[in-house]
Design a protein around this ligand. Structure first.
Ligand SMILES: Cc1cc2nc3c(=O)[nH]c(=O)nc-3n(C[C@H](O)[C@H](O)[C@H](O)COP(=O)(O)O)c2cc1C
Length: 209
């Protein structure tokens, strides 16, 4: 089914919003490297994304806006443009999936900043299926994203529905769009996931107190 392509749609979130990759850590944060948060100030969160046609960037915008509503300082960046992840207390990294591969900018970001990301709470997301399957149940993590999540000990990974316009640039994309086009991003679901991240970050800050 083809849907509007302008903005993520708003429908009800599903109940289980996060696929845990590991149990949340509880260790004390040292000056430079521990994964908990500074207790006395709002956390700085980096939301970075790898996106070719803007759909994943739109999901990252919803995550960033929700975290801001929850009181966090948020930088929203194209993953390819991030010079350093050092100054952030937590990171959310999203990537589009193309032919079973996680977006190259998201992979390069993870590689480039691995030494920092290993010591920060990290959430990852992928976009995404051009149907409603991501609304209905937890989808398997695309292999490359799963390997990165394990290597960096990410807190969680979620797959969200994607977006493809009916007449995208590129021969292959046009061919895909003939049978699969539309906007399957679910704003309420994405925002609910971001609120889970906010709650987890607040819990970590409490523990560090
Ligand atoms: C050529 C092509 C291949 C794709 N392959 C996959 C895929 O393997 N798995 C998937 O879930 N989605 C796939 N998609 C859908 C995209 O992941 C989806 O459109 C995504 O939202 C695009 O993100 P972007 O707009 O940020 O680039 C594909 C789309 C195109 C055009």
């Amino acid at each position: 089914m083809t849907r509007a392509t302008t903005a993520p749609r708003a429908t009800a979130p599903r109940a289980t919003a996060t696929t845990p990759v590991r149990a949340p850590g509880t260790s004390e944060r040292s000056a430079t490297s521990s994964p908990t948060l500074r207790p006395t100030q709002p956390a700085n969160v980096l939301v970075a994304f790898g996106s070719t046609r803007g759909g994943t960037a739109g999901i990252a915008q919803v995550v960033a806006a929700t975290l801001r509503e929850e009181g966090f300082d948020v930088d929203l960046r194209d993953a390819g443009q991030v010079v350093s992840a050092e100054g952030y207390d937590a990171v959310v990294l999203g990537g589009a999936v193309y032919t079973g591969r996680w977006h190259r900018d998201a992979r390069a970001f993870a590689r480039r900043h691995a030494s920092v990301l290993r010591h920060r709470p990290l959430w990852m997301f992928s976009s995404g299926p051009l149907d409603t399957t991501a609304d209905d149940h937890d989808l398997p993590t695309v292999r490359q994203a799963g390997e990165i999540a394990a290597a960096l000990r990410a807190v969680g990974h979620r797959t969200f529905g994607g977006r493809l316009s009916p007449n995208p640039p590129g021969v292959i994309a046009k061919a895909v769009a003939r049978s699969h086009s539309g906007d399957f991003r679910n704003t309420a679901q994405i925002a609910a996931w971001a609120r889970e991240i906010a709650a987890e970050l607040r819990g970590r800050a409490e523990q560090a107190r």
